[in-house]
Design a protein around this ligand. Sequence first.
Ligand code: DHE
Length: 567
Amino acid sequence: MKNKGLVYLSVFGSLALASCGGGATEEKDTHAEEPAKEEKHEEVAKVDGVTEGDIHLTNAEWDEAQAIYFDRCAGCHGSTRKGATGPHLLPNAPEGNKSPGTLMLGAAGLKAFIENGTPGGMPEWKGIMTDGEIELMTRFLQVTPPVVPPFGMAEMTETWKLIIPVADRPTTPEHDRNIDNYFGVIMRDAGKVAIIDGDTKEKLVVLKTGFAVHILRTSASGRYIYSVGRDGRITMIDTYYETPKIVAEVRGAFDSRSVEVSKFKGYEDKYLVFGGYSPAHIAIMDAQTLEPISVTPTAGNACDGDKEYIEEARVASIVASHTDPVWICNIKERGMVDIVDYTDPVHPQITEIPSARFLHDGGWDASEHYFLVAANASNKIVVIDVPNKKLVKIIETGIKPHPGRGTNITLANGDKVWVTSHLGENKLSFIKTNEGEGQWTVVREVQASGTGGGALFVKSHPKSKHLWVDRTLNTDPALNSSVDVFNSATLELENTITMPEGVDGRMVHMEYNKGGDEVWISVFMGAESALLIYDDASLELKEIIKGDWVQNPTGKFNVYNTTHDIY
Ligand code: DHE
């Protein structure tokens, strides 16, 4: 085998570094760091590929396979292929691990898994990946995986770029628009974020923000929008400008999914927290400039007391408390809920609460006192009492709960419930959150249309009488291209919203406007991307936002609702 370490840099080094710190602000801007990328490729060109036994990949194939793995597989199988919610993909099974090594599966076995998926939740990649890409992955997965190079404070600080210092930014908005009703919309595959005025539906700007942006969060004041993507890059957008601008960037890791800010009184717009997938760590930055302040690795023992030490303990969802100066960071593989006190951001005090393995996504109950998070591969929802830093309960709900941030509604009998959908089965579970009989139990279960799971997100609003549920990952095209709308008091299905003419793809992720009377839905993974805007009372389609710039939109985040955790 030849020099894989060097080649490894081409994805975990240049791909993200080239996209970070270049000061790219407007769509047409180019990245000042392109030469760095070329330098790395020159370095890579010196070696002649990777050979192990009978398996050979050229340099170009190795780079392509890493990029495909990073994009399609790392989320479930881990950046180092040691396994996460999905099994390991190492040539030989580690001792005691029941999943066979990839060499034992061979090219034919791997091809069958990749093409057909598994009942356990692995998608079918045939039709999404080409036959050539699938064949390439069968070779890549049979050779030793690359090693993650170090990425700590020094590397992070090197990528930090303060594009517009605080003193040079406007002190008041340069416009009369209603920032509270701005929407940040992610164009995942284009690596861009669009800022749309929710009142007028005008696109204000489309900004280059990095590879496969995953989520957006807003500062406590609502002024700044932060994006984070699969290249670990955080981009900070200032909405005070007439045309919103990128004012700072930094890369927090090679791969990530989450970012949040300090929201407690006295700490508004002060600190930002970043969750690394690879390397797995919690990084704290200055929320005004993105200057790195500290980094804390998250490796450690698993929650269930079996003394298993987990190196790749990725940081999944993060929420900010409104009642205490803390963030709640969910350490996926270890099943630990970390309550991070940011009063001393250089040495943050972390209280670890053991819960259940494979923590993923979650959100607040209506009181913003309890945080509920899915331990998706354990089929559980974990409830945390945040001010008291205590585990309240672990609740079995169904196969692979996937709530997004969940949503809070009030049932006809007065029960306040937090809702989760499921990826693995057709079930919505309603967990009672207010005091009284049945608190922290599933008090209702309801099925959406058709059969099978594939639901990713649920959404309602305190002013709404509706609960919206997507089915994005269901294999039935009729279901993945529609959204069910339930009466939020009776839980009767009121309507199934189907794809309007001239739009094609899957429906994903609902977001309300500030007033709570409009719902925005993304259409992606099809021939004609769009944003659909529905009237929440009549369920009529109000507007379709389309155009060359609308490219595979995924998450949308209303400034007011995101700042105040309204869902
Ligand atoms: Fe997500 C939230 C991780 C696939 C769209 N996603 C999250 C969060 C995590 C996560 C940890 C919670 C962040 C928070 O609240 O701080 N997502 C992952 C994965 O690891 C996974 C399974 C595979 C991967 O490689 O990324 C994955 N996610 C997807 C998708 O395929 C989606 C539909 C499109 C995409 O971006 O690739 C997708 N995830 C989203 C969205 C949110 C999200 C829109 C934010 C929901 C919200 O309302 O807050």
